[in-house]
Ligand binder design. Sequence first.
Ligand code: AMP
Length: 437
Amino acid sequence: MQIGRWNHQTSGGSSGEHSRSPYPSRYKGRGGTRYSGTRDRNRPSDRYSSSGRGHASPHRRGFGAFGETEAEIEKFMNKSFVTAEEPAYVPEHKFSDFDVDDRLKKNIATKGYELPTPIQDKAIPHILLDKDVVGLAETGTGKTAAFLVPLIDKIMKRPQERVLVMAPTRELAVQIERELAGFAKGLGFRGMVAVGGANIAPQISALRHVPAFVIGTPGRLKDLMERKALDLSGFGTVVLDEADRMLDMGFIDDMRFILSHMRHERHTLFFSATMSKEIERLIGDFLSDPVIISVKARDTSRNVEQDVVRIPRSADKFETLAQMLEGSEFSRVLVFGRTKFGVEKLAKELSRRHIHAESIHGNKTHSARTRALEAFKRGSVSVLVATDVAARGLDIPSVSHVINYDLPSTYEDYVHRIGRTGRAANKGKALTFVRER
Ligand code: AMP
C-alpha cells in the first residue's frame, strides 16, 4: 500500500532545473566564490568580512579534495524532485476513534496532535490488536507515535508488560524517550535510555526500577545483558526502529542476540526507511505474519528546495561556506561532512570565524553530543556540523538550510540529509557543494 503525505505542501518553486535557480550565479564571483546574501546586522562587518579573495585557507586541502562533480550530484538530486501535486492525505481515523485509554488521548491532545499521520492512521489499529507490523517509513512521518501510542495503551491495560525499543543512534533513542515522556505524563510508569558513550552505572540503577520501556542502542543493550543488569525474559514486545540503519551500522549480530533472549511469543514492530533483500530476510526471521504499511519515503523532499552551489577550482570551499553562513536567512543550518575528523575541524574553523558552530559525530561522548544538539535546538548556536550517522533520525524543528559540504555517499543518505529541513509545514532549502572541474 502506498499512501500520500499527511501534511502535504506544494514544492514552492523547486523546479528541478538547476539553471533556473537564483543560487549558482549568486554564489559565483570573480576570483573566487562569493555569497552576496544579507548579512547579520549584529555582526561587525570588518571582523566578519566575507571577501574570500586571495584567502589562503587551511581548509582547501582538508575539505576540497573529494572531487565532487556536477554529474555526481545530479545523480542524487534529479531523483528527488517532486513535480506532481498529490491531494492531502485524509486519515480514516481521528485520535479519539482509537480504542485507547482516555488519559492517553488527553496527553495526545495536550501535545497538540489533532489528526493521525498516515503511518499512525494505518498502523495503530493493527498494533492495538497485537499484530506484528512492518512500517516502511522514515523520520518525519510520525512513526514514533505510531508505535508509542498503542504500546503505552498496552502498558496501561497490562502493567506487567515490558517494551524494548532498539534504535541505531543515541540521539534517536533519546528522542524516542522524550516523546514517550510527553505521552506518558502522569500515567504512572517510566522509560529509560540505554545507550553507549554514556556512563553505564546510572543506566544499571535505572534498570533496577523495572522501567516499562527500555530504549537503547544494540551495543549497550547487549552490554547491560552481559552484566546481568538487563533481563529480557519478561519482555514480550519489541520495536526495531530504523532497522535498515542498524543493519548498515553492523548491529545485526547484537540484534539477533538481544531478540533471542526475549520471550519467544512476542509482539514485534519493525520500522525501516528502505526495503532490501536483507531487510526482507530480517522481517522473515523476526516477525510473524506481519501487516506491511508503506509511507512514501521520498516525500520529505517536497517541502525542500534543492540546489547546487558550484565552486570554481580556484575558489576556497570553506570560504564559500563561511560567507554564506553570514547571511541572516541562514538561521538554523545543518552542515554535513563526510568524516568525524572533518566535521570536528569544520565546526572549529567556523567558530574561529565567529560563526557559532557545534558538531556531532561518533567521536564525541553522548553528553557532548546532547549538549551540542540542545544548543542548536535552543538557537544558541546557528550551525550544527554533523556526520550522516550522528544526524540520522534527528527531529530538529525549523532547520532553515541543509548544506551538503561533502557529498553524501548514497542517494539514501542524500534523502535523509535533506529531510532534516522542510519538516512538518515548514519550507527548507538544501544546498549541495559541487566543485567545478
Ligand atoms: P517522527 O517521524 O516520529 O520523528 O515525527 C516527526 C515529527 O512529527 C515529530 O516532531 C512529532 O512530534 C511530529 N508528529 C508526529 N505525529 C504527529 C501528529 N499526528 N500531529 C502533529 N505532529 C506530529
